[in-house]
Design a protein around this ligand. Sequence first.
Ligand code: SF4
Length: 153
Amino acid sequence: MADAADTAASYDEARIHLRAGGRDRQVAVPVPLGPRSLLDLLPPARVIAQALAALAAEAAAEQGQAVACRPGCAACCRQYASISVVEAEALARLIARLPPPKRDAVCERFDAALLRLEGAGLLDPRAPRGTRRITLPPRHTPAATAAATSSTP
Ligand code: SF4
């Protein structure tokens, strides 16, 4: 997911040798140059993760097994799947860029999911009940991007 700051950034290419399941693979990974945030490293991390997943799928296929993942599947949308803070931040930025009606609908679904998780006792019981909401970053206007960039350590 590229935003205005990403498209203006310069990149170099790292060639990484992966070995998994007895297989080797060279992967070209775009690496953003200069002082960057963890969020900027998410796309390169995804390239590496996808290459490793492909290696694992090939190894499974060689043993006559198939990976269940396929287009149209939403199994992971219906279970409690953990993501990192950086992935959550990227997701929140993606939602913030949606057109308002769609963004509001997605936020309502997140809020409803939070209430269900809370009701099931899966969230921190010390936090006030019924008050959790998804928090979106400000939309990425040029001014907001400049402010965010200048505050990056
Ligand atoms: S939703 Fe989960 S199980 Fe389904 S294809 Fe995606 S990753 Fe695989």
